[in-house]
Design a binder for this molecule. Structure first.
Ligand SMILES: CSC[C@@H](O)[C@@H](O)C(=O)COP(=O)(O)O
Length: 350
């Protein structure tokens, strides 16, 4: 796999690959301030649900480093000291539940370590979350690939690749594993307005790995599904709810409806850290992004001044349009509440 890492951590320093300028420039930005990490998440320097969670964990490690030389009596002192950083990170992007999952793991580390070397503990935890994610994606990739028939064209949306995760990717992990198995004839990547993750990131990631990819605008999806007969739509998720509904990049719901009409199957590839068993699909908070992302393109105004703009960053695909949810623990076929909860219960026992 040849894509550069989205997140680098060495000698207790964080560097994030600036995904806003890919693929034209490969630049890393260094971070020593947790509030700057929150800004980096909000402004899409780092994006993709698992990568957001990993970056947030490193943000908490950086926050702890700022208090390395201040005496803390107990966990409550640490919690209070780290609260502004935690609040800023939690406020950065609302839909990706991996963000809150990572922050909750940090909360538990604070409780466990109290006044004992919490700086080291949070640094180690962030590194562990990062390393685990790569391994998890490889498992998702192999489970997902087992569903891809030989000689397949598959269709993906946004970027759920190495760039969106610790490495390897979720949806692109499935595609990587299926390509390794010789089952991929081609990948169609939807360009993904307005941030163009498909055009800028997915096509670049797949080309770097020698996986044949064709870039298309979203409006071509129905036409391409009829003409090219992909075997699967394969996407990632920002949050999978208890009833099996899945929030992912805006436009995923459209694709799932078009797929149903054309008899194309829909796969959601996501780690169990992307599940939120506390709510159903309709309760998933949907991030609304700034209107300038739609009214402007490459710094140039393209819509009339003052036009009303809707810019939801995600939509929710109902479970009955999803054929398989693939996690690091296996495959949930035709997901529903009972299957999702049973899968999570079994995963917790492993
Ligand atoms: C493995 S990434 C899964 C999702 O986070 C991905 O499909 C997606 O929608 C990313 O959206 P983004 O707005 O680029 O963060």
């Amino acid at each position: 796999m040849t894509s550069p890492s989205a997140i680098k951590w060495s000698a207790n320093q964080l560097a994030l690959l600036d995904q806003r300028i890919l693929p034209n420039r490969i630049d890393y930005i260094s971070y020593s301030e947790p509030l700057a990490v929150a800004d980096a998440i909000r402004s899409m320097v780092v994006r993709g649900a698992p990568a957001i969670g990993i970056a947030a964990a490193y943000g908490m490690a950086l926050a702890a480093q700022q208090f390395a030389n201040k005496p803390m009596a107990n966990a409550a002192d640490w919690k209070q000291a780290l609260q502004p950083a935690r609040a800023a990170l939690a406020d950065s992007r609302p839909t990706a539940v991996n963000l809150f999952w990572a922050l909750e793991r940090c909360d538990r580390a604070i409780e466990e370590h109290g006044s004992r070397d919490l700086v080291t503990a949070l640094c180690q935890l962030a590194e562990q979350i990062h390393a685990e994610d790569i391994e998890i994606n490889q498992r998702i990739g192999d489970f997902g690939a087992s569903l891809i028939p030989a000689n397949s064209i598959v269709y993906t949306h946004c970027n759920a690749g190495a760039l969106a995760t610790g490495g390897y990717g979720t949806a692109l992990g499935v595609i990587r594993s299926a390509h390794r198995d010789g089952h991929i004839r081609g990948v169609i990547a939807g360009e993904t307005r307005p941030w163009l993750q498909g055009a800028r990131l997915t096509s670049w990631e797949l080309m770097s790995d020698g996986i044949p990819v064709t870039l298309a605008i979203e409006g071509a999806a129905a036409h391409l599904m009829r003409e090219q007969r992909p075997s699967w739509i394969i996407v990632g998720a920002d949050r999978v709810a208890a009833n099996g509904d899945a929030a992912n990049k805006i436009g995923t719901y459209n694709l799932a409806i078009i797929a149903k009409y054309h008899g194309v199957k829909v796969m959601v590839a996501a780690p169990t850290s992307t599940f939120d068993a506390t709510i159903d699909g309709p309760q998933i908070p949907i991030e609304q992004r700034p209107s300038e992302e739609i009214s402007h393109s490459f710094g140039q105004r393209i819509a009339p001044e003052n036009v009303a703009i809707a810019n939801p960053a995600f939509d929710v695909t109902p479970a009955d349009l999803i054929d398989a949810i693939v996690t690091e623990h296996g495959i949930i076929h035709q997901p529903d509440r009972a299957k999702v909860l049973a899968h999570l219960q079994a995963a917790a026992q492993q």
